[in-house]
Design a protein around this ligand. Structure first.
Ligand SMILES: O=C(O)[C@H]1O[C@H](OP(=O)(O)OP(=O)(O)OC[C@H]2O[C@@H](n3ccc(=O)[nH]c3=O)[C@H](O)[C@@H]2O)[C@H](O)[C@@H](O)[C@@H]1O
Length: 321
């Protein structure tokens, strides 16, 4: 019944703006990346810029992103960088929107919770408004946090989650859930072409060194000869994705032991207090992605960690012995 109603109310996509379909610009694809100066955003920009038919516009407010991540593209004729906060409307003529903008590390997103939820709700609303106006396709980077502390393991796309609506993480996980709702409502009501990617704990070069997330913490701690801080109980799991890839499930103790073994065997592992609402386990069911997209992870944690170690060594000025 619901699906029939869905079908009836889904409109065909709005036509792209006449400016974008004019002959003179048909050959190039103009792509907006919000949060493009961030960790995942800047890797995406690298990939998009490899295609000579792409023009890339990045918007970022540099709250957690950095111009340094885009150094190689600044001044490139197919690249533009705009300082802009997505909670404010933006008008640009584009064909595709990759909407990544939002602080993603729990310490950053909890630091200004109201701003985080505004970014998720108003930011996504603004980008959907833009997509509707110019007829662009839009992708939202959502998160494994939409599953909260999941009661089903591993998590299929169809799982609705177990989320605390009034907790300290809600600004992010409920914020992303509303953002997903907005995406599907704009699709049903206005025919916008949408994609939603639920990203699981990604790590790799260019993460902020003091980002606060577990992989960057452990690597920076190992390189600084500080104890690896496993938050209790340490048996909670995450499924780590190398930034060019994905997904391997580990407990935090296993991760700490791997970082110790690979990066600094002398470092100590200590157990410290955890934060509220920390999910006890998380692992995506990737059956559908394998079947429909032909996608599966390739880079194992033991291969990905050294690549991130190399980047952190350079930025921390810690040479390899
Ligand atoms: O990537 C995801 O899927 C989502 O989840 C992450 O949230 P979380 O999994 O809590 O990320 P971390 O802060 O890296 O924590 C992972 C686990 O490591 C533990 N941890 C964290 C830091 C540390 O120093 N030690 C430690 O044991 C935490 O208790 C937690 O159980 C991030 O908030 C989001 O960027 C993202 O959307």
């Amino acid at each position: 019944m619901a699906s029939n109603e869905d079908k009836q109310s889904t409109k065909s996509p709005p036509a792209p703006s006449p400016l974008r379909t004019a002959k003179f610009c048909q050959s190039n694809m103009r792509i907006l990346v919000t949060g493009g100066a961030g960790f995942i955003g800047s890797h995406l920009v690298d990939r998009l810029m490899q295609n000579e038919k792409n023009e890339v516009i990045v918007v970022d407010n540099y709250f957690t992103g950095s111009k340094d991540n885009l150094r190689r593209w600044i001044g490139h004729p197919r690249f533009e960088l705009i300082r802009h906060d997505v909670t404010q409307p933006l008008l640009v003529e584009v064909d595709q929107i990759y909407h990544l903008a939002c602080p993603a590390s729990p310490i950053f997103y909890k630091h200004n919770a109201v701003k985080t939820i505004k970014t998720n709700v108003m930011g996504t609303l603004n980008m959907l408004g833009l997509a509707k106006r110019v007829g662009a396709r839009i992708l939202l980077t959502s998160t494994s946090e939409v599953y909260g502390d999941p009661l089903i393991h591993p998590q299929p796309e169809t799982y609705w989650g177990n989320v605390n609506p009034i907790g300290v993480r809600s600004c992010y996980d409920e914020g992303k859930r509303v953002a997903e709702t907005l995406m599907f409502d704009y699709h049903r009501q206005h025919g916008i072409e949408i994609r939603v990617a639920r990203i699981f704990n990604t790590y790799g070069p260019r993460m902020n060194i003091d980002d606060g997330r577990v992989v960057s913490n452990f690597i920076a701690q190992a390189l600084r000869n500080e104890p690896l801080t496993v938050q209790a109980p340490g048996t909670q799991t995450r499924s780590f994705c190398y930034v060019a890839d994905m997904v391997w499930e580990f407990t935090m103790v296993e991760l700490a032991e791997t970082v110790k073994e690979l990066i600094n065997p002398d470092v100590k592992i200590v157990t410290v207090e955890n934060t509220p609402d920390d999910p006890r386990q998380r692992k995506p069911d990737i059956t559908k992605a394998k079947e429909l997209l032909g996608w599966e992870p390739k880079i194992k944690l033991r291969e990905g960690l050294p690549l991130m170690e190399e980047d952190f060594r350079q930025r921390l000025g810690v040479p390899k012995n």
